[in-house]
Design a protein around this ligand. Structure first.
Ligand code: DNO
Length: 355
């Protein structure tokens, strides 16, 4: 495995490449073209410039998170083929630039969802948190006003003001899209892109829906082992794989994370590893990565990845806000650096004890 950190680009991230370079054991970054919109073609020049900037800092691009999918593809509207053509062109350009990992998601309207961006914990740190009762009180069509104001002006992906102005339209687009239809549209998309993935050896790594159940009445399908297996079988190609995100699959306590990892051998192309602390099955907060601070046994998760021979990039996932840092919720430097170091420590211990 390779330890990496997600980086939002020099224009948007408070964390610098120089800082990332100084985290022991982190050699790559996971990034994207943050100013591109879903449906746009990424040019070779833009991809090359991104790679060069990162290489100058002594790091490399380990994978793209994300090449986002246009809603037309998710709902299967008549113009989807044009957007899939654009996606294929972007994949080709990434392949030509020797980039071989693409994380994406197939969540309708929103990406990951939390009800609080800065819940205060006993030690004074703040964390992202989710409470179903709070979510149930939100009318998605007014949700921009509903989100808590303690987040220094940051919003979750998918909740940007420019999208919020179109929210009614977005919900209307998904009106006739249930889980079956979403599966069908995902299959159509994957079938069309696989020849390009084969040609350039690009691993597609779908990110789970977070939380792993339907939110605001919208269908969510990438939520458990059964559905992942269905997705892999319907387009049975090793390039059709997943991002194993412990914090997303872990939102549903019925998901046994180490067991899932073992069952998905060969199809996990990327791993997001973090912990959650549950206060009830529908109220959780994003704890420190350490096993004892949350609900998951992080050793067992790393051990399962080791046992399946996982060789892809791992990134510590959302971190707490600590030591007075002001950054995008979940994506500050300090706690993610602690997370990377802890995960590297677990990995070293596993490697040495399994020799
Ligand atoms: C959350 C992230 C997700 C992920 C996308 C992938 O922190 O893991 O936003 O990047 O769902 O497309």
């Amino acid at each position: 495995m390779e330890m990496t950190l997600r980086w939002y680009g020099s224009k948007h991230d408070s964390v610098t490449l120089e800082q990332i370079r100084q985290i022991p054991g982190v050699t790559g970054v996971i990034t994207t073209l943050y100013d591109s919109k879903p449906g746009e073609v990424w040019s070779v020049d833009e991809i090359r410039a991104m790679k060069e900037e990162i290489a100058k800092a002594g790091l490399h691009v380990s994978g793209i998170e994300s090449v986002n999918i246009h809603d037309a593809i998710k709902v299967g509207s008549p113009d989807r083929d044009m957007y899939i053509d654009h996606y294929i062109q972007t994949l080709e350009n990434l392949g030509k630039e020797d980039l071989h990992l693409v994380c994406y998601n197939f969540m309708p309207v929103f990406d990951w969802t939390r009800s609080e961006l800065a819940r205060k914990r006993a030690d004074g740190s703040t964390v992202l948190a989710y409470n179903q009762d709070d979510i149930d009180k939100i009318n998605p069509e007014n949700m921009f006003e509903s989100i808590d104001s303690s987040s220094n002006g940051f919003v979750l992906p998918g909740w940007e003001p420019e999208r919020m102005s179109k929210i009614k339209e977005l919900f209307a687009m998904y009106q006739d899209v249930d889980s079956e239809k979403l599966f069908e549209n995902l299959k159509y998309f994957l079938q069309r892109i696989m020849p390009t993935c084969d040609k350039y050896d690009i691993n597609m790594a779908i990110h789970p829906d977070d939380p792993a159940w339907s939110v605001f009445g919208l269908p969510r399908i990438i939520i458990n082992l059964e559905n992942i297996q269905r997705m892999m079988k319907m387009v049975d190609n090793p390039h059709n794989g997943i991002t194993f995100c412990s914090g997303s699959y872990g939102t549903n306590l019925a998901n046994n994370l180490p067991e899932m990892i073992r069952a998905l051998k060969g199809r996990i192309h990327f791993a997001h590893v973090r912990n959650l602390k549950f206060n009830s099955p529908t109220d959780f907060e994003e704890s420190a990565h350490l096993s004892s601070d949350g609900t998951f046994d992080m050793f067992e998760i790393m051990k399962a990845l080791y046992d399946i021979g996982f060789e892809g990039p791992i990134r510590p996932d959302h971190g707490r806000m600590i030591w007075g840092e002001v950054a995008m919720p979940g994506y500050g430097l300090y706690d993610r650096a602690l997370g990377a170091t802890y995960l590297n420590g677990l990995w070293e211990a596993i490697l040495k004890s399994c020799r």
